[in-house]
Every structure is written in structure tokens, then in C-alpha cells.
Design a protein around this ligand. Structure first.
Ligand code: 26W
Length: 820
């Protein structure tokens, strides 16, 4: 087998396999193959190198005594697989050579992979980083999600505005997935429930659905770094249940049957592009239920049929993690499966359920907390509504026992919101049905305990724990920054990509001038490359020696991209009006998508592009200031952006960003951070040292205090000349061809409300940016800070996060997979 493996990865073997794949799987000779065909042939070639590991992993994980993590998530933002798999296999050099000998450029083929963008942003990408770490740490795991036919929309700019186009990532097929039609489950919707008396089990309920849909599995093996372990990403696709009996409502009506097929298959048509406000759409609820029902039936099948175990021990086979509340219907669904379908007593079923699930909360924003209107919920999931009511009844009894006569508390904690229109509260459901609840950064967890989930914390003081997010250094350093990776390896030796503590050996190199020069040249190389791309796509020159100041993330008022803009307009204004003013030249780069229905976010994009239009062509300022909005920010673009950044903008209002993970990716690539004490910024600053972090702004307690004592943004506007100059410049139409209405909604919301307190943080931000300017001017000191930052990033590897999940929640240990 060993020999066989070496053979498989030799240059000659790769060439042979590649030619074979092209001919036998794609059906073309090299002469007529398109670049896309070459990509696909290479993908198959690399896939076959990992299939052996995958098959052995699955066989190992299905052993009776092994507990497995089931990561339930509506989103998995994987990004391209080819390069990541080659890195994890350790075959990049051989593949490059083999392609070269065939006259092909490996890098060009890698670029042809279309982005599997089945996520909105942070939460979806976190799920992908966690799968990478689970595999690398040899933890048996399955990620359960949805195979959206259309992932995150493609963003284009038209006249400086965001316009959405549908994503078609499956257009050329997907060589990484394995179609598993034998893994098909039926999922029911609508209809009615009826009770009956079971002679053996007493009172029972039967659900007669109005519609049945099939869920079919598509499996993608996710390989760990330099190990034999793979985890499985299993995504469900909806299909009409033709072969199930729905003649009841079909009645031989062909048109109706086709219509039904369309309705069924709509369920996994498209990813909802909202990452904050929840729309309350029926289809979204259908997606959520479809995901959890397929996944739980699958887990039960594995436990009972494949492992041959008794259902009452199900929780010993599975630790299920709910990635936010999107899959929280898993709780009533498992109850339904155990009680209705498998006839377990309620108490036993509840014990199994609570021991199975844990819940990760990713947001404090009230508008993002999911709640479903009862009429909608009840019509789609009548049986689950009853189960939730029963869970709630028992739960509130427990609360009453602990806090007698506290009606307000009961109303707050009830799983049914009855303050106005009635809703099911999904966060409450997730809390009650889980053994652990975790926040994603220390401050975020504290705020959960103090505010959003304070009543739950009061009732169960040990249930809420913190596990700070992390990101995988394999993708975010190894794949995206191979030169820096090689330089670090030269300095500290091999093995740090899966043992980031080793990076501390990098520290002394900060004082080595020749090492600093190499470090600098790598950053400079990335900047030059991006400058080239900008010239090619935007048609203007940016100076690779200027400071690259970057903010990439979803566009949202709380993330305050417009605060960044206010700063850059202030620089523009000073360059124009203060003869003595000087600054280090800067290139501002923005990227990020706005939710299609989020007008303010779209207006922020329009503001950025409008300001760019004026600044980039102004003869007085264009040598000092450049502004670029890179449309369609995604994982692929991220891999280009993080390595070239000098400055990472993490400027959310304190208390709003749960964690942030872009902050970690920038820092791992040697960018310095300007940021508030929000989310994981706080912990990053502690790790890298305050001398290497540019801090500004109110703290979370100060934000609270200011709000309570009365916040008056207009007063700040009147009292701050620079702020007023900047706002007035926008207001008087300087960036909108004289149009004073264009940005009015944005300016009014700042002057008269300023929910996210930009004005309060403005001066502090400007002052801090001045410090950044001075620091950047001292090249050697800046480089030292950059090197030390990277050396101290071990904490933010997703390996650390996953180890914590294993120890604190899942109680799962690594499992060796023997090859061959
Ligand atoms: C209901 C619509 C909806 C959809 C997605 C609401 C909320 C979401 C996500 C929770 C949004 C999200 O991605 N949150 C981000 O999660 C990251 C991973 O934990 C954190 O780093 C970010 O701070 C948080 O905003």
C-alpha cells in the first residue's frame, strides 16, 4: 500500500491519472479539451488521492463505540477545494511539475474552480474552518447542510450600486461531491395531526402531512492536513417525492404533479442572502426543517441500522452542534422521531435530546434573533408546534418552581412570544433543548449572560460557556500565502501549520534585519500583484508602496464601513485645505455584499464608489489617496486580499460584533489591526500585545452608559469642525454631482439617530489613524510589529477552538485512521 501511495503521487503517476481522467471521465483527448476540462481532470486526479483516506475514515468512524460530531449548519462556505486538498495531501509541488510537463499552468487551472459559496459570511465560513480542523485533529465528524443550487449571489456594480446576479456554481458540474441516492429520506410538511390510543404505549399522535419531499445526500470528503482522516460534508438536495404516495392530493392531475415537483425542488434552490434581519419567509422555514429532518433520520439510521444499537443510547453516538438557531428545529424533530415514530416515552426522549444537542449563538443583534409567526409555523409544522408547546409547558413549570410568582420572568422565558403577534422563539428553544450554549468570543459570551440570555443564565448558571472562534491556518496562511508560509517554515521548521504554538519561535526573527527584509518583500510582492490587477480591471495606477488599508466583510451599519469613509474624506479634505498637511500615501480597499433588501447597506456601497470616483481622479489628492471597492468579495478574493493588507479595519461599535474572524485572517498574514474593543479584537489585542494594535473608540460598557444618559449625535456634529466639514461635503453633493438627496437617508440617520455611534467614535478613530500613519512611516518598526503579530496568533487557529469544543462540550477524543 505504501508503495502504491508513493506511486499515486509521483509525477509520472499524476500525469497518467490526469490523462486517464480526461479521456475516460470527461471523454476528450487533450487536443479538444477546454481549460475547464483540464481543471476537472485535475480535480478528479486529486480526488482519487484522497478517496482511500475517506473510505477508511468512514469505516473507522462507524465502529460501535465511536462518538461522532454532527455539525448542523444552514451554511458551509467552503471556498475552492482543489488547492486546499493538494496542500493537505502534500502534493502541490508534484502536481505543479506534472502539469508543467504537460504544458499546463497549475495556478491557472486552480483559478477555474468556481466558488462553492454556500454561506453568507462569518457563520458559514466558520463551519468550513471547523470541518478542516475536525479532520486535522482526527475527530470523527459529519457536517450536515443544504446543497443550494444557487449559492450566495454574485455582486456586480452598476453605476456604483450593488446589483445581484444569481450564482450558478454547479454549471460545470462539481467533481468533489459523491451522489448518494441510496441515502434518501422523506420529509413531511403541512397537514394535520390526530391522536390515537396505542394499546402498548398509550396516548400517541399521528401526523398526516399535506406534502412529502425527498432529501437526497451529496457527500463531499473533507481531508485533514497531513493525516489519513477525512470528515464528511453531507448536503441535502430536495426532490419531489414521486415514488412516495401523494396521490391523495395529486389525483392523477399531471399538471398538478409537475407543479408539485417545482414546489418541492424549490426548497434547496437558493441560499437566503440575509445575515442579520430575518425575513420570516415560509420557504426559509421549509429549508430549516428539511435540513434537520434529513440529518436526524440519517443519524438514527446510522445508529440503529448501521451500528445495530438501541435508540435509547443515541446520544452516545452523536454530539450535535447547532450553528446558530437556523437548525434549532432539530430539537422538536428529534422529539417527534423518538416519541411518535419510535414510540419512546417523553421523558426518555427528552433526556436523549438534551444530551444530544448544543447551541452556538453568533449574534446579539435583536433583529437577527429568529422567531416564527405561529400561524405560519403551525400550518407548516403542526406536530412540531404541539411538541414545542409541550416542551414549553414542562419548562415553564420548572421556572415557576424556581421563581414562584415571577410572571414577568415567565413571559420573558416562554418559548412562545405573546407580547403582540404570537411567535415561536428559536433561541429559547435552542437553549432549553441543549446541554451547552456557547458564545463565540469572551465579550460576546459575557453579553449573552448579562443581556440576551440573562434569564437562562440565571436558571442554569453553568450552561453558557465561551469558545472563542478560530480560523484554519491551512487555508488562510498555507493556501493563500504560500510564500509567507515558506519563509516561516524556513525560520521555525515544519509542522507549525497544525501546531501554531510553534510560531512563537518566530518572535526573535523580528530583530533580524535580513529576515525583516524578506518579510517585507513578500508583502510587497502581494501588493504589486494586486496593483497589477487593479490596473487591469479598474484602469488606474495604485502605488504598491502606499499603505494598503483594507476593510472586507458584509456591509452593515454596525460594522461601520461608513466610519472608514468619513476618515478617508477627512484626509481628502485636509489635503485640499491644509497646506502643511502631509500623510503616508494610502490605498483604501473595500469589499463586501449587502443583503439585497438592506437599503442603507446598499447606500453605503454607493457612497464608497462615489467617493472613489472623485478621489481617484482628483489631481491634488490622487497620489496620496486611492479608493477601490472590489465587487463580489468571497473566499477566493479573500485569499488574495488578506496577504496584501497592511492595515486591517475592525471598527464595529463595541458590543455589536459577536467575534469577527476576518480580524484573525488579516493578523495571521501580518496586517496590523485598527479596531475597537469588540468581539475577538479584545483577545487578539491581548495576544499580540497592545503595542502592536491600534485601539480606539468606546468600550461596550461606555456604549451602554452613553445610550442610557442620552446620546446626541447632532451636538457632536456641531462641536467637531472636522466631522462637520466631512458630513457637509457629502451633504452638499460633492460626491454626487451636486445631488443633495442621494446620501440624505444615510446622513440623516447619522445626525438624528446614529444607532451605531459613529459620531461618538469619530475623533478617537481619526486620532488613532494618525498614529497608524506615523507608525507606518517607520518601516522597520512596522515590520517588527507585523512579525510579532503573526508569531502570537496561535490562539486563533480553529484547531484550538475545536479542541475546546471537544473538551468542554462533545467529550470526543481523536480516532486514528489507518491507511490502506
Ligand atoms: C436569520 C438571518 C440570519 C442569518 C445569518 C441571522 C444571522 C446570521 C448569522 C448569525 C450571521 C453571522 O454570520 N454572524 C457572524 O458569525 C461569525 C462566526 O461566529 C462571527 O465571527 C461574527 O461576528 C458574526 O457576525
Amino acid at each position: 500500500m505504501k508503495n502504491n501511495k508513493r506511486q499515486q503521487t509521483s509525477i509520472a503517476a499524476i500525469k497518467k491519472a490526469f490523462a486517464n481522467n480526461l479521456y475516460h471521465n470527461i471523454g476528450k483527448p487533450a487536443l479538444t479539451a477546454t481549460p475547464q476540462d483540464f481543471y476537472t481532470a485535475l480535480a478528479y486526479t486529486v480526488r482519487s488521492m484522497l478517496l482511500d483516506k475517506y473510505i477508511h475514515s468512514m469505516a473507522t468512524y462507524l465502529k460501535k463505540e465511536t462518538r461522532i460530531v454532527a455539525y448542523f449548519s444552514a451554511e458551509f462556505l467552503e471556498g475552492p477545494h482543489l488547492i486546499n486538498n493538494m496542500l493537505n495531501l502534500g502534493v502541490i509541488d508534484q502536481v505543479r511539475k506534472a502539469m508543467e510537463e504537460l504544458g499546463l499552468d497549475m495556478n491557472k487551472l486552480i483559478e477555474l474552480e468556481s466558488e462553492p459559496g454556500l454561506g453568507n459570511g462569518g457563520l458559514g465560513r466558520l463551519a468550513a474552518c471547523y470541518l478542516d480542523s475536525l479532520a486535522t485533529l482526527k475527530i470523527p465528524a459529519i457536517g450536515y447542510g443544504l446543497r443550494y443550487e444557487h449559492g450566495m449571489f454574485e455582486q456586480r456594480l452598476e453605476d456604483g450600486w450593488q446589483v445581484e446576479y444569481s450564482d450558478n456554481w454547479l454549471h460545470y458540474g462539481n467533481p468533489w461531491e459523491l451522489y448518494r441516492p441510496e441515502r434518501t429520506y422523506r420529509v413531511q410538511f403541512g397537514g394535520r395531526t390526530e391522536s390515537y390510543n396505542d394499546p402498548e404505549h398509550g396516548y400517541r399522535v399521528r401526523w398526516n402531512p399535506g406534502m412529502v419531499v425527498k432529501g437526497i445526500a451529496y457527500d463531499t470528503p473533507i481531508l485533514g492536513y497531513r493525516v489519513n482522516n477525512c470528515v464528511l460534508l453531507r448536503l441535502w438536495q430536495a426532490e419531489a417525492a414521486q415514488d412516495f404516495n401523494f396521490s391523495d392530493f395529486n389525483r392523477g392531475d399531471y399538471y398538478g404533479a409537475v407543479e408539485n415537483k417545482v414546489v418541492a425542488e424549490n426548497i434547496t434552490k437558493v441560499l437566503y442572502p440575509n445575515d442579520t434581519s430575518q425575513a420570516g419567509k415560509r420557504l426559509r422555514l421549509e429549508q430549516q426543517y428539511f435540513l434537520v429532518s434529513c440529518s436526524l433520520q440519517d443519524l438514527i439510521h446510522m445508529h440503529t441500522v448501521m451500528k445495530g444499537l438501541d435508540l435509547t443510547t443515541h446520544h452516545r453516538s452523536v454530539a450535535a452542534q447547532l450553528n446558530d438557531t437556523h437548525p434549532s428545529l432539530a430539537i422538536p424533530e428529534l422529539m417527534r422521531l423518538l416519541v411518535d415514530e419510535h414510540l419512546l416515552p417523553w421523558n426518555k426522549a427528552w433526556e436523549i435530546t438534551q444530551k444530544t444537542f448544543s447551541y452556538t449563538n453568533h449574534t446579539l443583534l435583536p433583529e437577527a434573533l429568529e422567531k416564527w409567526p405561529i400561524p405560519l409555523f403551525q400550518s407548516l409544522l403542526p406536530r412540531h408546534y404541539e411538541i414545542i408547546c409541550e416542551i414549553n409547558r414542562r419548562f415553564l413549570d420548572e421556572v415557576r418552581l424556581r421563581f414562584p410568582l415571577d410572571d414577568q420572568r415567565i413571559a420573558n422565558m416562554s418559548l412562545i412570544d405573546e407580547t403582540g403577534e404570537r411567535y415561536v422563539r428559536m433561541a429559547g428553544l435552542a437553549c432549553v433543548g441543549s446541554s451547552h450554549i456557547n458564545g463565540v468570543a469572551r465579550l460576546h459570551t459575557q453579553l449573552l449572560k448579562d443581556q440576551v440570555l440573562k434569564d437562562y443564565h440565571c436558571l442554569w448558571p453553568d450552561k453558557i460557556i465561551n469558545i472563542t472562534n478560530g480560523v484554519t491556518p491551512r487555508r488562510w496562511m498555507g493556501v493563500s500565502n504560500p510564500k509567507l508560509t515558506a519563509l516561516i517554515t524556513e525560520a521555525v521548521g515544519e509542522g507549525w501549520l497544525n501546531d501554531m504554538e510553534k510560531l512563537s519561535d518566530l518572535e526573535p526573527f523580528a530583530d533580524d534585519a535580513s529576515f525583516r527584509e524578506k518579510w517585507y518583500q513578500i508583502k510587497r510582492g502581494h501588493k504589486e500583484q494586486v496593483a497589477g490587477l487593479i490596473l487591469e480591471h479598474f484602469g488606474f495606477v495604485v502605488d504598491p508602496d502606499s499603505m494598503f488599508d483594507v476593510q472586507v466583510k458584509r456591509i452593515h451599519e454596525y460594522k461601520r464601513q461608513h466610519l472608514n469613509i468619513l476618515h478617508l474624506i477627512s484626509l481628502y479634505w485636509r489635503l485640499k485645505n491644509e497646506p502643511d498637511f502631509d500623510m503616508v500615501p494610502r490605498t483604501f480597499l473595500f469589499g463586501g455584499k449587502a443583503a439585497p433588501g438592506y437599503f442603507m447597506a446598499k447606500l453605503i456601497i454607493k457612497l464608497i464608489t462615489s467617493v472613489a470616483e472623485v478621489l481617484n481622479t482628483d489631481p491634488v489628492t490622487r497620489d496620496k489617496l486611492k479608493v477601490i471597492f472590489r465587487p463580489n468579495y468571497n473566499v477566493k478574493i479573500g485569499q488574495i486580499v488578506y496577504p496584501m493588507a497592511d492595515l486591517s479595519e475592525q471598527i464595529s461599535l463595541a458590543g455589536k460584533e459577536a467575534s469577527g474572524t476576518g480580524n484573525m485572517k488579516f493578523a495571521m498574514n501580518g496586517a496590523l489591526t485598527i479596531g475597537t474593543l469588540d468581539g475577538a479584537n479584545i483577545e487578539i489585542r491581548e495576544e499580540v500585545g497592545e503595542e502592536n494594535f491600534f485601539l480606539f473608540g468606546l468600550t461596550a460598557p461606555e456604549v451602554l452608559e452613553l445610550r442610557q444618559s442620552g446620546y446626541h449625535p447632532l451636538d457632536i456634529y456641531h462641536n467637531n469642525d472636522q466631522l462637520r466639514a466631512v458630513i457637509d461635503l457629502i451633504e452638499f453633493g460633492h460626491f454626487s454631482h451636486g445631488d443633495r438627496n442621494l446620501f440624505k437617508p444615510l446622513l440623516d440617520s447619522l445626525k438624528y439617530n446614529d444607532e451605531y455611534m459613529l459620531f461618538a467614535d469619530f475623533q478617537s478613530y481619526i486620532d488613532c489613524q494618525q498614529e497608524v500613519d506615523r507608525a507606518y512611516a517607520d518601516k522597520e518598526e512596522w515590520l517588527k510589529k507585523s512579525i510579532r503579530t503573526v508569531a502570537r496568533m496561535a490562539e486563533f487557529s480553529s484547531d484550538r477552538s475545536i479542541r475546546e469544543y471537544c473538551g468542554k462540550i462533545w467529550q470526543i477524543k481523536p480516532v486514528e485512521v489507518l491507511s490502506g
